[in-house]
Design a protein around this ligand. Structure first.
Ligand code: NAD
Length: 487
């Protein structure tokens, strides 16, 4: 285990600086439960300073040509790929997730975002309408000072997915990572500047809810892009109303994954395992309500057992590990409580894999659990668990499963495995979710807009759509006729 982190800085005005608040927070390595360090939150004065610096920097950044803005982002994407190993290891120290995932998903999808929006920057444009009496133009302008508040499950990816379109559109960006995962956003700030981004355009503030709240209430910030729990999202909506901030809300989910009997049971089993146990189940879009057609249940269960030997829990730095540690002791205990509640309510659990031995015994590991014989009303089926816990439910008909899949407050993702095209069409028409995967799950290429509906939020990241959430339009009426007046 190399490069054990010793400190998490804030990044303000082109410099790494210690937080100057009197509030301290502790950062742990989930892999062995050891405290890595304590660090201070950014102070109110530091937040004000970052907003002031961003405001000055953004005034010239918005006048950079889109080509120049794009070139810097593309160079930063190149640097992220160059530093992939270092960044992935940093992400493992912070999150406890397997290094193999951080290398191939977290860091690569971050680089993809910078490259994608770097290339799209030159396509930003307004519209033109020719009318007999006037020419109408729309100008696309940056919103100004945007802030991102992130969750802990994909810290580097979240910072990149939010900042890349923001910067491409000519905004300045302030990012507050989760207090549980403060490391990698600061490295992203350094990488942006190494790629040529002027200082003040991407800054990092550290701390917990109160720092998030200070950003949310700040009159100098015009937009918040938030990733986290629905309850926190509601507080942010209310706190940000003072200056009517624009918002993007990427919130929780309890997504359905529907498996019909016309697919290969091994494919269905692999999909369900990956849709639930990837990143120890700490993925917002996970298909945690697995609806299996009743006639298919026995072969699905048999296939699941065949794959169970492939689960390797433990040392997150070992490239063979595919289930890492959960983020914190508190979160592990919360997920275990859900497992207990599933048992108490009559679902049948099967655990997989072996817990690791010394020196990993104090890490926040748990064996992935599949619950069979679940009922829709059970707590484990209703609530987001955000851990490696899969609930399997059986169904008989298309109409029934769509209705049950929709009976949740959330609407983030949904998946269907079937060969029947009519069924797929019906599912796409009727399912209430922001994203749908057909015969695959949880893949998020940059071209695919990412975001939910209902209590899973609003607004989109990724795709062309994200550009509209980091710009505003100005409409211009250029008259070609006499002045209109009834007077
Ligand atoms: P959380 O809501 O507890 O915290 C998220 C962030 O908000 C943290 O940075 C935290 O410090 C900050 N925060 C907390 N209270 C705040 C307040 N009152 N004002 C401003 N900021 C505040 O969520 P979490 O536990 O970090 O993350 C897990 C949740 O995130 C899950 O619900 C998961 O589904 C969701 N998530 C959603 C997506 C998505 O894209 N839809 C992606 C990842 C995670």
């Amino acid at each position: 285990m190399n490069n054990r982190p010793k400190v998490a800085y804030s990044y303000i005005n082109g410099k790494k600086v210690q937080g100057r608040s009197t509030n301290e927070f502790d950062v742990y390595f989930p892999g062995n439960g050891e405290k890595l360090f304590s660090t201070f939150e950014s102070s109110v004065n530091q937040i004000d300073e970052a907003v002031d610096v961003a405001t000055i920097a953004q005034k010239s950044w918005k006048n950079f040509s889109t080509r120049d803005r794009g070139r810097i982002l593309i160079q930063a994407a190149f640097l992220i790929r160059k530093y992939k190993q270092e960044l992935a290891e940093m992400e493992v120290w912070d999150t406890g997730k397997p290094l193999s995932e951080a290398l191939e998903v977290d860091i690569i999808t971050a680089a993809d975002a910078l490259e994608y929006y770097g290339n799209l920057a030159i396509t930003l444009h307004g519209d033109y309408y020719s009318l007999p009496d006037a020419d109408i133009f729309t100008k696309v302008e940056p919103i100004g000072i945007c802030a991102g508040i992130g969750a802990w499950n994909y810290p580097f990816q979240i910072a990149s997915w939010k900042s890349a379109p923001a910067l491409a559109c000519g905004n300045a960006f302030l990012f507050k990572p989760s207090e549980l995962t403060p490391l990698s956003a600061v490295r992203l700030a350094e990488i942006y500047e190494e790629a040529g981004l002027p200082k003040g355009l991407f800054q990092v503030l550290q701390g917990g809810a109160n720092v998030g709240q200070a950003l949310t209430k700040h009159q100098g910030i015009q937009k918040i892009s938030f990733t986290g729990e629905a309850g926190t999202g509601r507080k942010i909506m209310s706190d940000s109303s003072g200056n009517l901030k624009t918002l993007t809300m990427e919130l929780g989910g309890k997504s359905p994954l529907i498996l019909f009997s016309d697919v290969d049971p091994n494919v269905a089993a692999k999909a369900a395992l990956s849709a639930n146990f990837y990143t120890q189940g700490e993925v917002c879009t996970n298909g945690t309500r697995v609806f299996v057609e009743e006639s298919f249940l026995a072969s699905f269960k048999k296939s699941i057992l065949e794959f169970s030997n492939s689960i390797r829990i433990g040392n997150p730095f070992d490239l063979k590990t595919n289930v890492g540690a959960l983020i914190s002791k508190q979160h592990l205990s919360k997920v275990r409580d859900y497992v207990k509640s599933g048992i108490d309510q009559g679902a049948n659990p099967i655990e997989f894999g072996e817990l690791p031995s010394d020196p990993w015994t104090n890490g926040y590991f748990m064996k992935p659990v599949i619950f069979y014989d679940c009922q829709d009303s059970m707590k484990i089926v209703q609530e987001e668990i955000f851990g490696p816990v899969m609930s399997v439910l059986s169904f008989k008909s298309e109409n029934e499963v769509i209705e049950r899949a929709n009976s949740t407050e959330f609407g983030l993702g949904a998946g269907i495995f079937t060969k029947d095209i009519n069924r797929i069409q019906k599912f796409c028409d009727e399912i209430e979710s922001g994203m749908i995967w057909i015969n695959n799950y949880n893949l998020t290429p940059m071209e695919m807009p990412f975001g939910g509906t209902k209590q899973s939020g609003f607004g989109k990241e990724n795709g062309l759509d994200a550009l509209q959430f980091y710009t505003k339009r100005k409409s211009i009426y250029y008259s070609k006729s006499e002045v209109f007046s009834p007077f």
